[in-house]
Design a protein around this ligand. Sequence first.
Ligand code: CA
Ligand code: CA
Ligand code: CA
Length: 303
Amino acid sequence: MRWGWSLALALVAGCSVDPSGLATRDVGDGGLDAGSDAGSPPLDARTPDVAEVRDDAGRDASEPDAYLDAGADGGPRDAGCSVPPPPDAYVAPARLIQVDGEHIDWSPGLFVEIDVWDTVTLAAAPTAADLSARFAVAWQPDALYVAVHVRDDVHSGHLGDAAGLWMGDSVQIGFDVGANAVPLLHYDAVDDFEYGAALGGDAVQLAHRWIAPNGQAASGMVHRVVREGDRTRYELALRPEDLGLVAFEAGTRLRMGLIVNERDHGGRDGWLEWGGGIGRTKQPALFRDLYLDFVPCDAPTAP
Ligand SMILES: [Ca+2]
Ligand SMILES: [Ca+2]
Ligand SMILES: [Ca+2]
């Protein structure tokens, strides 16, 4: 059964850490500094073995069925397990990622193109050199990593506070953790979240959380955005509690939307999007499935 495993292999996530010494600005939730929450392991103190990452678990295109064995250890299942992921889903592998803005710890095959353009200025769809982007997601029991690799000829970072980072070149990521969105409705107050990260116009690392359920603890997301030549690399990591969970588990299905904002002409030109539901209107029902590995319901369980 070869359901969209190629798409699964195209997902890679990154998380960016905010190394000490880098200026970080945040408003709103105010908890986006690395290690701001006591009691959780630091998401930025990890150094994966890159050689091992590239070869581990058989999760490369040469062994597509590796994902079908993901539940062999008897891991948890969720309601999404009974059907293969839809073709537009992303299936994230278990990987250890260092949140440093470098993507060497991501296998190239995990990235998928973000190829839907939407605009508020009626600007024509950008060329690849003007703006093109791809992303990937990975996970560990205590971290969800997202990496976004952007080709952008002009970097225009937001100069104001972090809550307005979306007005400059930036990334926004929304989650409907319960996969319970109602079509046409805004984020709910139960299990929906929206985070963002950017490299500000004054080279300051920016991060913000706009959406979270009432009473949600301060964010512990860490991130790092690196600009080099015409490339902007984002990496970020969220703890389970940043999405209202106790732990990330194999077989979990979330819903996610991701956009890459473009500001090259004095204002927000538009954005590339995967899943929609963020840039034009907040509609988490437009998000797409994100699996933390795909675990078929009928996968063998451990004795
Ligand atoms: Ca990295
Ligand atoms: Ca730009
Ligand atoms: Ca929801």
